[in-house]
Design a protein around this ligand. Structure first.
Ligand code: SF4
Length: 352
């Protein structure tokens, strides 16, 4: 068995995490849900969402037959909403193409929306005991350090090398639950010991053979992404209020925040009063500019200028894709993180 596998399996007995809610089950649906929620999100944040989600949608059929709105509402606050949309889409695909039976093989799991190779491998391991290597962000960091791989893991050459190392490090014997323990141990080591900042090398079971530790370059690995300044975009959100209620519209499925609820958005060069009159059919009574907020996407930064507008009482009827909603109730809907921030900052004390 590889040194890394032996050490990690031993270490996991005492130091690994054994009581996470999804570890009680080999149900592929539960495993899949936990793996998707854990992408870019910490365990402590995920647990209450996972528990609520499993209570509301205990099977793949419950999820597939639910409305996307209900799924997004339950996901609200967890971020990266494309994960929820893809879960919903994939549940429907599994019901249609596999008669509700979750596919067992990594190659098939990987074809589901929102599932990459590493996530597919983790599901195949934990749900079906398959012999597969994982390579999520934490595991890339461990291998880059342990093997002293200096390239940026996002580059294909480095990534290829990391996959080779991941495959070569698997325990030789994958029976007796070794592959599950090893995979969980890798995840746990990345989350609790070989962390991005201030890794706990003194207590790490891999220290003796870790190239980065031996060469004193732990902090330099893995190499950071070559920096390019992110483009900055700007937009205006119209916070239209009427009788203590806010106007929200459902965004189109394609594009940022697809199918989430947002205030109407206009470009900086658009006249807000004109826009409200012509596109929404509202007369504006008052208009106040609120403090802007910034949000960062992977590929750009967005500065949002929120304008608070009170509409005349008789302009009540919203268009089909819009709703009037109390700001406190809006927080229970599927809304993007900056809209949540805007509502909490501007409404939850005085206006809701
Ligand atoms: S010794 Fe340090 S850098 Fe190396 S694997 Fe362990 S925690 Fe990570």
């Amino acid at each position: 068995m590889s040194v890394i596998a032996t050490k990690l399996i031993d270490w996991h007995k005492q130091h690994g995490r054994h009581d996470l809610p999804w570890q009680a089950s080999r149900d592929p649906y539960a495993v899949w849900l936990s793996e998707i929620m854990l992408q870019q999100t910490q365990v402590t944040t995920v647990i209450p969402y996972y528990v609520r989600f499993m209570r509301e949608f205990p099977t793949i059929h419950d999820l597939g037959h639910a409305s996307l709105d209900a799924v997004l509402a339950l996901w609200s606050g967890l971020g990266y909403y494309s994960r929820a949309r893809n879960l919903h889409l994939a549940a429907r695909q599994i019901i249609q193409e596999y008669h509700g039976q979750f596919p067992e093989h990594r190659e098939l799991i990987q074809q589901l929306p929102g599932v990459g190779r590493s996530t597919a491998a983790a599901i195949a391991v934990f749900a079906f005991g398959k012999y597969e290597a994982i390579l999520d962000g934490n595991v890339k960091r461990i291998f880059a350090r342990y093997f002293g791989i200096s390239g940026y893991p996002g580059e294909s050459k480095t990534l290829k090398l990391l996959w080779l190392k991941a495959e070569a490090s698997l325990p030789v014997n994958h029976l007796d639950g070794k592959i599950e323990t090893y995979t969980q141990a890798l995840m746990d080591l990345g989350a609790t010991v070989c962390t991005r900042h201030n890794p706990l090398c003194q207590v790490c079971p891999l220290q003796l053979h870790c190239k980065a530790w031996l060469d004193k370059c732990v902090q330099q690995l893995p190499a950071a992404k070559p920096r390019k300044p992110l483009p900055q975009k700007e937009t205006i959100f119209l916070l239209l209020m009427q009788q203590q209620k806010l106007l929200l519209g459902k965004r189109p499925a394609k594009g940022i925040w697809g199918e989430l609820w947002c205030p109407p958005e206009i470009g900086l060069n658009i006249d807000s009063e004109n826009y409200c009159q012509q596109h929404l059919g509202f007369q504006i009574k008052t208009q106040v500019k609120l403090a802007p907020i910034d949000h960062q996407f992977t590929h750009f930064k967005l500065r949002i200028y929120p304008w608070l507008l009170h509409v005349l009482p008789e302009s009540v009827a919203p268009l089909a894709q819009y709703i009037w909603i109390k700001p406190s109730d809006a927080l229970k809907q599927g809304i993007p993180a900056p809209v949540r921030k805007l509502l909490e900052r501007n409404f939850l004390t005085d206006h809701s």
